[in-house]
Design a protein around this ligand. Structure first.
Ligand SMILES: [Zn+2]
Length: 99
């Protein structure tokens, strides 16, 4: 069993939702989608995403990708692939899903 601890509050975070759909972004576009879990601190309500599957559930170019993008709950930039354009988009909370 995995545990997540809120560093600010020093308490265990609680699982808030399992199986959320999370898009991985590059250059402002979704490149793949993952299933993961959302955890939340019971005191400060900060949220994190963890417990990613071993493989993406869908990738750009596959049959179900557009539908998966539409039902995504969250998104993130893969830091090693991040470029300044991504930093700007993340700062502005801008997501441009793949068509
Ligand atoms: Zn907290």
């Amino acid at each position: 069993m995995s545990h997540c601890i809120c560093v600010e509050c020093g308490v265990a975070m609680k699982p808030a939702e399992n199986g959320v759909v999370v898009l991985e972004l590059s250059r402002g576009e979704a490149i793949c989608a993952w299933h993961a879990d959302r955890w939340q601190c019971p005191l400060c309500n900060k949220k994190i995403i963890g417990g990613f599957g071993r493989k993406p559930v869908s990738e750009r170019g596959d049959e179900y990708f557009s539908a998966t993008v539409k039902k995504a709950d969250h998104s993130f930039y893969h830091s090693q692939m991040m470029i300044q354009e991504d930093v700007d988009r993340q700062y502005n909370n801008e997501v441009i899903p793949c068509q």
